[in-house]
Structure formats: structure tokens, C-alpha cells
Design a protein around this ligand. Sequence first.
Ligand SMILES: NC(=[NH2+])NCCC[C@H](N)C(=O)O
Ligand SMILES: [Mn+2]
Ligand SMILES: [Mn+2]
Length: 311
Amino acid sequence: MNSKIGRWISLDRKKISIIGVPSDYGQQRRGVDMGPSAMRYAGAIERLEKLGYDVIDEGDISVHRTKRNKQYDGKLLNLEEVLEVSERLAKKVDEVIKQDRFPVILGGDHSISIGSIAGIRKHYQNLGIIWFDAHTDINTPETTPSGNIHGMPLAVNLGLGDHRLISIAGNAPKLKFENIVFIGARSIDEGEKALIKEKNIKIFTMHEIDRMGMSKVIEETVEYLKARHVDGVHMSIDLDALDPIFTPGVGTPVPGGITYRESHLAMEMLEEAKMITSCEFVEVNPILDERNKTANTAVALMGSLLGEKLV
Ligand SMILES: NC(=[NH2+])NCCC[C@H](N)C(=O)O
Ligand SMILES: [Mn+2]
Ligand SMILES: [Mn+2]
């Protein structure tokens, strides 16, 4: 990574702000709004403090408990609620980065990425994204099989979809197709496949992870983003990227996923590359979990991504 460019040198990695986003409006299974609590109880703050960081827990974004599943256009479930949460989160993330703090965002379902990326994007001209997920979350209102906005955040950030969603905290598009890398995908809808092919988006599905090994996948990811001259990289971690054996507490589990060690290796190598400038952990649903296993795994991955060493 060309460590001389952008905010990698200016962003003080010793200061971290934790932002909780207790929203479940992007999908229809209850409980993912308790994800931030579950990750706090799993020791997120203490773990980062132990690594020497100055950690501020900014608390949770306020999320109104209103009526659910009001149809909008028959396509976007809970649109008003998602809009409100996204605006608030974008504002909070923007404030935190302005204070030169590294944002660690705790979801909530994956629709929260609309707000997090909108806020982060204000500070980077050529933002890169690593989407660590069993899904590609690039559906539009036209292609969505479910109406669930957690299957659409990347599309929204690329400027595709509802005009109010795409214009959260400024102009669309926030991302470039060529600055995205998918890792771990294995459940991709037909419309998503067509878009990924058309735009030639970089993707390491489980097939590539199996064939190449995670080590090579991360090496190529780092090289790819370097070649794009990104000035920051947001790491979006959907816990369903891992095999449900390791992270059963997610709303949309898909078998055949990334192992516990492969996921840690990915985090460790990305930490070594010193390219990550913000991160989020989403889709932790304690109601569906087994003894907080998924939140514990999320916090362990957070440790590896932010510098914890085995020896
Ligand atoms: N963030 C997630 N878990 N997304 C799951 C999306 C599932 C499916 N592709 C949909 O759009 O409904
Ligand atoms: Mn997913
Ligand atoms: Mn996702």
C-alpha cells in the first residue's frame, strides 16, 4: 500500500470511536437491533483498550421503534425508518472522523452501511470497500427478491435505487464499481450476478477462497485496491460471511462459508497492510445465537483487524 497518500498518515489509529446502530429495519427477523449490546457484552471496548487504543464508546444512534414492514412502492420495506437511521449515522460518523478518530460501527442489519458509507465518504475522494459477506447486497428495487433493504446497501452507495436513499448526506454515487472487493460470497441473486458481470466488479467467492486460499485472496485484494489508488478503505464485515458453524446468530445464514481461522487470517493480513480506515460489524442477532457465540467471534475478529497478535 502506498502509505504516503490520503488519510492513512493523518488518521490517528490510536483513537477509536465505537458507534452502535441498533436498527433491524433492513430485514424482517427481530433481534439484530440487539447486536451492539451483544458485541459490547462480548468485550469489544475492553479488547480494544487492551491493545492500547484510546476508546470512546459514543453510545447508540437513536432508532425510533415505529411500525414495521410498511410497504413502500411494494419494494422497499421500512424505507422511512432506514432513511432516518442512515441520516443520523452518516452525521455521527462524519463527526467522529472529523475528530481524527477511527470509527468502529456496530450493527444492526447491513442496511446501516448506507449511513456509515455516506458519512465516511465525506472524507475520502476515492474510497475503497471490502465487502466480507456471504451475500453481495447489491440488489436494487427492481431486482430485490425480498424488499429487504439490507440486501441493497452497496447498490444504494453506487447510486442505484430510491432517490432519497442514494442522496443521504450528499450526492450520489458515493462509490465506484471498480473500488469494491467482495470476499466470501456464495448467495447471489440473478439480478446481482448480472450487475457484477456487467460492471466487472472484483469478487472472490467461496470458490476462489477454496482454490486460492485466503492468504492469496487477501494479497490480491490489497494489490487490487492499491492499483485503484484508493485513499481509504472501509471494511464491512457481515458475520454471515463465516460458516454458520462459527456464527449461527445471523438472520440469513448460508452454508459453505469462511472458517474461523480463515477469517482471522484475513483480518491479520489487512492489519499488516495498514489500509483499513474504518470498519463495521453487522448482522449479529443475539436471539438467533448460541450463548453469544456470534458476537464473541465478531469481537475476536475486531481484535485481529485492529492489531491483536497471536504471540
Ligand atoms: N446483509 C444481508 N444479510 N443480506 C442478505 C440479502 C439476501 C437477499 N440477497 C436479499 O436481497 O434479500
Ligand atoms: Mn450477508
Ligand atoms: Mn450483508
